[in-house]
Ligand binder design. Structure first.
Ligand SMILES: Cc1ncc(C[n+]2csc(CCOP(=O)(O)OP(=O)(O)O)c2C)c(N)n1
Ligand SMILES: [Mg+2]
Length: 548
């Protein structure tokens, strides 16, 4: 029997690696919800709300390379939109599946629930369009080729796509055959030209280094990137957004490059190189130390997603993966460089009843991390501190550096844990950010997942205190919650929970969290102004810029 519209889409999504769909059901999306639940190779992952579901799909997609969120018409899809926009900004191909009223209802312009009551049915689709790279309303006639088009677009751009299913069409059989998925390649002449130009550039350089960026991870090019670094012998540093795209224990790793704000030795080295090769690196504000990174265009080779720039000359129509693969064949050892030693956060200070200062907290957190951990670090002062911890072998640091929506990390950590249940998920969030999406921790025990969660309770929006005119102004205060009591109320019954306000309490809690195979939830209480070094620097730099 021929597949229905929704069965066809699900089977293609499975083909490309999606086995879990996050969402909240609704009557217009029942045909999608039912099909997912009835498919033995797919899982419906219910979330507390659609924003969280979109963030969970984002986290899943960071780990698996691809993800999906399903919402109902209007009320559900608009709630997910901010999360889908985040996936767009951060190059994550999230499939947004939306259940629509029946086509017959739409044609009649009927005044049904979840509409604005004006008979218009295209509005929400149009609202989604700027935050996806492609969209379609699926019918039995178009589903075969539209599905391939949307998959191809999502994978090529690494951006979300929107797929809407009128409820009466979703269960109907396809009326057209399958189409092959288009696979884009580089222009071969340009690829050769680019490869030779890069090799020549490197041959004439006395010093060179690589800055692998986030698109290396998004395109799953880590092994090609590693091969290029090992074959060439080049040292590499990463910027914030690209942290852990390659193993930070690799001998060629020299540390984090954050412009003028941090790590002066890394900055001196990188900016002093004759050639700097950026690979899928995005030069955003928080990735460049508030634009203090100074990469001389004349000495930069920028291997971008779909083009390359060498000393300012742009070569279009070449794909990042093809360039890395071609370079790996052509490259030979460039030289032996004397490079800076990777900095560490040092030894934790304090003990017993000492209060938890930044020098007490960040090195302790760094020491807590293990090989293969997935650290999901929320926007705020905590991620700015942990961003400079040298991560253990094969551990990943996930942060929403460009979009920077607070509330992202808790559901994203859940999504990451669903994608890789055998790895340890460590979530670090500020109290302010946590209040946006706190309830999503209740999903972990439903699926038998055991994360380690740290909530930094510093009584408000510290990063904003550091950036705004008056740190004590009312808008930076938040409601005081008893965070450590939340897991119990939210169904995380057998978790280890603790509230640590001194170094001694923190040490004890970290020890317990390291030992238990259940979930752990630790509220870390500090003074309102205990800030990581980068957040302090950022505050100073941005205030100076605002004054000038
Ligand atoms: C959705 C959203 N709303 C508002 C902001 C602005 N914002 C950025 S950081 C921040 C405060 C974060 O506070 P907290 O999570 O407590 O971290 P802290 O800086 O105190 O460590 C706010 C409100 C944002 N980034 N995203
Ligand atoms: Mg806070």
């Amino acid at each position: 029997m021929s597949k229905t519209v929704i069965e066809h889409v699900l089977s293609r999504l499975k083909d490309i690696g999606i086995t879990d769909v996050f969402g909240v059901p609704g009557d217009f999306s029942f045909p999608i919800n039912d099909a997912i639940c009835l498919d033995p190779q797919m899982r419906w992952i219910g979330c507390c709300n659609e924003l969280n579901a979109a963030y969970a799909a984002d986290g899943y997609s960071r780990v698996k390379g691809i993800g999906a969120v399903c919402t109902t018409y209007g009320v559900g899809e608009l709630s997910a939109l901010a999360g889908v926009a985040g996936a767009y900004a951060e190059y994550l191909p999230v499939f947004h599946l939306v259940g629509m009223p029946k086509k017959s209802t739409q044609v009649a312009r009927a005044l049904v629930h979840h509409t604005l009551g004006n008979g218009e049915y295209d509005l929400f689709h149009r609202m989604s369009q700027p935050v996806v790279c492609a969209s379609a309303i699926l019918t039995p006639q178009n589903v075969a080729f539209e599905t391939e088009r949307l998959i191809a677009e999502a994978l090529y751009h690494r951006r979300p796509v929107y797929m809407a299913f009128p409820a009466d069409f979703a269960g109907q059989p396809l009326t057209s055959g399958a189409y092959p998925i288009p696979v884009p390649h580089s222009d071969l002449c340009t690829l050769t030209e680019v490869t030779e130009a890069i090799v020549a550039h490197l041959k004439s350089a006395r010093t060179a280094c690589v800055l692998p960026g986030i698109l290396v991870a998004r395109e799953k090019l880590q092994s090609q990137m590693k091969a290029f670094i090992e074959d060439s012998g080049l040292p590499f540093a990463t910027m914030f957004m690209g942290k852990t795209v390659l193993d930070e224990q690799h001998p060629n790793y020299i540390g984090m490059y954050d412009g003028r704000l941090m790590s002066p030795e890394v900055r001196a080295y990188v900016e002093g190189c004759d050639v700097v090769i950026t690979v899928g690196t995005l030069l955003t504000d928080f990735n460049t130390g508030a634009f203090t990174a100074q990469l001389d265009p004349a000495r930069t080779v920028a291997i971008r997603h779909h083009n390359v720039s060498i000393a300012g000359k742009v070569y279009a129509n070449v794909e990042i993966g093809d360039v890395l693969t071609a370079l790996a064949v052509r490259i030979s050892r460039v030289g032996n460089f004397s490079t800076p030693k990777v900095e560490s956060l040092g030894f934790p200070v304090g003990s017993g009843s000492d209060p938890i200062t930044a020098d007490a907290l960040y090195p302790r957190w760094a020491n807590f991390l293990k090989p293969n951990d997935m650290l999901v670090a929320e926007t705020g002062t905590a991620s700015m501190g942990l961003g400079f911890a040298r991560m253990p072998t094969d551990a990943n640091f996930y942060n929403q550096t460009l979009w920077g929506a607070i509330g992202w990390a808790t559901p994203a950590a859940f999504g990451a844990a669903v994608a890789a249940p055998d790895r340890r998920t460590v979530l670090v969030t500020g109290d302010g950010a946590y209040q946006l999406t706190a309830q999503e921790i209740s999903q972990f025990p439903r699926l038998g997942l055991n994360p380690v969660i740290f909530v930094l309770n510093n009584s408000g929006y510290l990063i904003e205190r550091l950036l705004c005119k008056d740190p004590n102004i009312d808008y930076n205060d938040i409601a005081p919650w008893r965070y450590a009591e939340l897991p119990h109320a939210l169904g995380c019954d057998d978790w280890f929970t603790a509230r640590a306000a001194t170094c001694g309490e923190l040490d004890k809690a970290l020890e317990r969290a390291a030992e238990t195979d259940k979930g752990s939830y630790i509220e870390v209480v500090t003074d309102a102004y205990v800030a990581s070094p980068l957040s302090l620097k950022l505050g100073e730099t941005l205030s100076a810029l605002n004054r000038s």
